[in-house]
Design a protein around this ligand. Sequence first.
Ligand code: ATP
Length: 297
Amino acid sequence: MIRIEDLWKSFGRHDALRGISMHVTEGSAYALIGANGAGKTTTMKILMNIMEPTRGCATVLGVDSRRISPRELSQIGYVSENQELPERLTVDEYFAYLRPFYARWDRDLEALLRGQLRLPGGRKIGALSHGMRTKMTLACALPFRPRLLVLDEPFSGLDPLVRDEFMDGILGQAGETTILISTHELGEIEGVATHVAFIEEGRLLFDEPMDDLRARFRAVRITFEKPARLPAMLPDDWLRVSTDGNVLEFIDSRFKDGDSQERLQSQLSGIRRIDVEPVALRTVFTSLARAVRDRAA
Ligand code: ATP
């Protein structure tokens, strides 16, 4: 559905994207995560042909992003913050305007979404609040049952109920729709994302199935017989390392059940016990983001 090959984008002397490659296969839900300024929006704008790449290429539904036509666009739902909307039309008028462009527009689904999101049909779009505008763009992106949804931080400024209802709407289309969604809040896409790609300063740090990501992150707590001391060389895959009395704690980003405990026992002496717990997705993201920032410092 999306194939990105060695994508570069420069703004003057600043390289916003530095050779990103990734493939989004049909039926998957890809979460694009990364800190502010990492390059998520730039990637999505190139996919939607709002911007041209400086080097490399991206194909969307099999077509070079620079040549995307209304035919492909009628199969893609794109939502981004501050999307331009016709300010003078009412909500009702805008839906009526959109329908004829899409052969697969589903009026029942439209009614369901508009009801859930409580969009005031008679109100001019220019008079909608920020959150209502976002809801409007979300409500417009699903009724034509797009083959591909490109969602650029679609939930910023929305209350959690709206987010959950929209996610339920997406899940209702799971299987028929492939999703690329950028977010800072991994918890938001829990239960939806099948893959996670992490961008850091225009580079792809990793790109892997959600289950693998979950499996390799664990909070490890080691209790020693004596006050804990940090190893002379901290392994790269230990994040957020801290000690307190006899306890050493860290997030292991390369955890393998059994293997990891065995390795710790052989490397560190005086261990009384090792406790291992899964970590929330939010912690996965904040640990990674912090590690990236600390490495840059
Ligand atoms: P955020 O999470 O804050 O939305 P992002 O990951 O979406 O960030 P981008 O908006 O893609 O990041 O920006 C990537 C880099 O490119 C940033 O350093 C940004 O300042 C720069 N950039 C983006 N658009 C432009 C532009 N039109 N002109 C100059 N620089 C730009």
